[in-house]
Design a protein around this ligand. Sequence first.
Ligand code: AMP
Length: 419
Amino acid sequence: MNTIDNYDFRGKRAIIRVDFNVPLDEQGNVTDMTRIRAAVPTIRKVLEGGGSVILMSHLGRPKKNNDMKYSLRQIVPAVEQALGCKVLFAGDCMGEEAARMARELKPGEVMMLENLRFYAEEEGKPRGLAEDASEEEKSAAKKAVKASQKEFVKKLASYADVYINDAFGTAHRAHASTALIADLFPNDKMFGYVMENELKAIDKVLDAPQRPFLAILGGSKVSTKITIIERLMDKVDKLILGGGMTYTFMAAQGGKVGRSICEPDQFDTARAILEKAKAKGIELVLAQDALIADDFSEHANTRQAPSNDIPDGWEGVDIGEEAKRSFREVILSAKTILWNGPVGVFEIDKFATGTRAVADAIVEATAHGAYSLVGGGDSVAAVNKFGLADKVSYVSTGGGALLEYMEGIELPGVAAIRK
Ligand code: AMP
């Protein structure tokens, strides 16, 4: 298989699917450059090899064409700054301007297409259907968009000689630019460095972890994490479950959880997880105490309580002091650490100290030689908030993509390159 390292880019046009779905302020300025910076090595590799680059990405979730709030034109200055060279902008993806610009592109030059999601064809889902559309109308619209999606993919492919997928964050989507286009480059398709590094980091953790292997899963609900919990139970030696999930586990064992987030329909699942951990000899750790609050806000009154004895009218919003200590101990005993999901409502500073303690302990373990991978939107946001991103071994850019890959689901964007 071709890789970006052994491919000869001389005189070739490379169309690169990047993830430039970046946050913007009211004026359209990029407020976090992480994703743009991440794509630079791949782009430079092509340019330095004598090729030219056509960048394509989505931005946000526009519901129609040309909603300028989502135009990628706004991020051109940020991309130019990161790359240190001019970036030409085609105001569309399918029109004459994009085609002409691509045709005239010279080695060493970079151009960027407009937001792919201005076109329903990118996702292949019909748009603008009336709410009361009949089943026949829906099915006709679906057929129509699938047919025009083929043309869309062909058009994008016609701009280039080689396709590079460097957008891990959208690899779990079978969209035009993330998967379908790869078929039109049977011998000239490859991963960029972001993708390669992501896959290597996750495979390293899942396939050959140094033991003990600890996974820390937080977040709000058992129901959204159950598949990943089950899959990881076949891999890990230790498992910390934190966040809102804690209270479902406590209530399932007869505890009192007050107003805490709790899913009674997951009680059986929670009990089954506890049983399975015991049977497999996995050390499963739950927060024995909690920081509880009488309101879901910065102004709440707070106190400490056992996680299974929370008074009425109060809710668990973070792990307690005892749990901070026991989580740290477990984290420091691990050689491989995977962290997904905050252990408290870290968006509110008052409820963020538990998540901070987990992040600090992971940093400490990493400094002592453990390999730590942090992934999933909220835990990445947390390490960024605490300024600790460069003190863990690897921070994944993928949210949904990372979880699906870890669950063992073949990602369409990965499969399309590998097949
Ligand atoms: P998820 O998307 O499932 O990973 O959940 C992340 C969210 O879980 C974050 O927004 C946290 O604020 C939230 N969360 C963590 N702990 C709790 C808790 N004890 N109660 C309610 N929400 C929580």
